[in-house]
Design a protein around this ligand. Structure first.
Ligand code: MG
Length: 253
């Protein structure tokens, strides 16, 4: 079975609508060398179809069924447990959940809602949690690299709701090892044959390594000097960017 390479999106392949230098060719090179390449992301500011359209527009050769995202895992969880969500997410992500009943919500789903993290929306979530709704998050990521520097992701808002309601969220995206295991199953690739590449030391690299995968941290996107310490375990590979990550994979060490 060919080895699998899981790649994060934002900060690893692109920042906003700008591909990172060498990233398009690095993905193409992995494919030419026979690796199975898949894209695993907590991105929750838009649905998979819109996300894919943006990636293709900026030059990446990626297919719809190669994308594995936290909102997809959340959708499956809601369906399996027959939960009705209140969606504290960006409007562009709503379509991903449009097939689920949303009257009388018994779950609060938090994604990266950006400007839609308003007092009214957060307070509605808080009140539902107080009435016993489950708190489900696409991720616990603190921030991502935006056009003008680091931007708040969903994590700090999840923490605020946990604090206010005195409960703990169920995190279904990275860094949950369950997310990486589900991605491995989805693509029929055992964990010990998977290498995960990402710019988030804790979420991408630490999480994947906890699930038994190999982790490569790229020093692009949100990476800041000293982030290696956040991986939380020894043995990760740290390289400047995607091109260097692919060099390391192809060199076989
Ligand atoms: Mg990233």
């Amino acid at each position: 079975m060919p080895s699998c390479v899981f790649i994060d999106l934002s900060g690893t392949l692109h920042v906003g609508r700008q591909p990172l230098p060498g990233a398009i060719e690095a993905v193409a090179r992995l494919r030419r060398e026979g690796f199975r390449v898949r894209f695993v992301s907590n991105t929750s500011s838009k649905g998979r179809r819109r996300l894919l359209a943006v990636l293709q527009e900026i030059g990446f050769d990626i297919a719809y069924d190669e994308l594995f995202t936290a909102p997809l895992v959340v959708h499956r969880y809601l369906q399996r447990h027959k939960l009705k969500p209140y969606l504290l997410v960006h409007p562009d992500l709503m379509e991903e959940f449009a097939d689920l009943p949303q009257q009388d919500p018994d779950a609060v789903v938090v994604g990266c809602a950006l400007d839609h993290f308003t007092y009214a929306n957060l307070n509605r979530a808080f009140q539902l949690l107080n009435r016993g709704a489950r708190l489900i998050a696409t991720g616990r990521t603190a921030c991502f690299e935006g056009r003008d520097g680091l931007q708040l992701d969903a994590g700090p808002f999840v923490a605020a709701l946990e604090y206010a309601a005195g409960i703990e969220a169920l995190v279904l995206g990275k860094p949950s090892p369950g997310f990486f295991e589900a991605a491995g199953e989805e693509f029929s690739c055992p964990g010990d044959r998977i290498t995960m590449i990402g710019d988030d030391a804790a979420s991408d690299v630490g999480g994947a390594m906890e699930a038994g995968m190999r982790g490569i941290l790229v020093q692009t996107g949100k990476y800041r000097a000293g982030d290696e310490a956040k991986i939380g375990r020894p043995g990760a590979i740290v390289v400047p960017d995607m091109a260097a990550a692919v060099d390391r994979i192809l060199s076989g060490d």
